[in-house]
Design a protein around this ligand. Structure first.
Ligand SMILES: Cc1cc2nc3c(=O)[nH]c(=O)nc-3n(C[C@H](O)[C@H](O)[C@H](O)COP(=O)(O)O)c2cc1C
Length: 167
C-alpha cells in the first residue's frame, strides 16, 4: 500500500511556531485540482484561510471544527454545481479533491482534518455567512491544516467481511 495512505490521520492539535506557508497551500491546491471529476466538470473552488481571526471564527461557528483554533491554515472546499453539467456528482468530485489535499498534506509533513459541512443545512448556512459564499455555490467542507502537535496511534480499519469477491 502507498505509505501516505497509512500515514494520514486526522490531526486536531497543531503547532503555532511552524505555520503553513502560501507556497504549501498552493501545492495542496494543485493536488486538489488533479482529482478526477464527473465529465471533468471540476465543480470546485477553494478559499484558503490563514488569517488568525478567521480561523478562530470557523472554530467558533462549527462545533466540530474547534481544532481550527490551533490550525495555522484552513482550506474551505466550495462546490460549484453547474447547470448542464452531470447533475448530482459534485459531492463525489469535491470529496476526491479533498482526499488529494489530505494525502498531499501528509506527504509534506502537515497534519489535516476534514470537517464536514455539506449536507448539513445549519453548517452550510454558518460557513456561507462567515465567508460570504453566494448561492448557488455551496461550502462543502473545512480542512484544518498545520504542523501536527500530536501523534495519533497508528491504526487500520481493514475488514475482510466488507468485501465480496466475484472471481
Ligand atoms: C465527510 C467527513 C466529515 C468529517 N467531519 C469531521 C468533523 O466535523 N470534525 C472532526 O474532527 N473530524 C471529522 N472527520 C474526520 C473523521 O472523524 C475521521 O476521518 C475518522 O474518525 C477516521 O480517523 P482518521 O481520519 O484519523 O483515519 C470527518 C471525516 C469525513 C470523511
Amino acid at each position: 500500500m502507498n505509505e501516505l495512505i497509512e500515514k494520514r490521520h486526522s490531526i486536531r492539535k497543531y503547532r503555532s511556531d511552524k505555520p503553513v506557508t502560501r507556497e504549501q497551500i498552493r501545492r495542496l491546491l494543485e493536488a486538489a485540482m488533479f482529482a478526477p471529476s464527473a465529465c471533468n466538470s471540476r465543480p470546485w473552488e477553494f478559499i484558503a484561510v490563514t488569517k488568525r481571526e478567521m480561523l478562530d471564527e470557523i472554530a467558533r461557528v462549527h462545533p466540530f471544527a474547534t481544532m481550527c483554533a490551533t490550525a495555522t491554515a484552513a482550506i474551505v472546499v466550495v462546490a460549484t454545481p453547474q447547470e448542464g453539467k452531470p447533475a448530482g456528482y459534485f459531492p463525489q468530485d469535491c470529496a476526491a479533491a479533498t482526499q488529494n489535499i489530505l494525502l498531499e498534506a501528509a506527504s509534506m509533513g502537515l497534519g489535516s482534518c476534514w470537517c464536514g459541512v455539506y449536507p448539513r443545512t445549519e453548517r452550510i448556512a454558518e460557513i456561507r455567512a462567515l465567508l460570504h459564499i453566494p448561492e448557488p455555490k455551496i461550502p462543502f467542507n473545512v480542512i484544518a491544516l498545520g504542523t501536527p502537535d500530536e501523534t495519533p496511534v497508528p491504526r487500520g480499519f481493514f475488514d475482510e467481511t466488507k468485501i465480496t469477491y466475484i472471481e
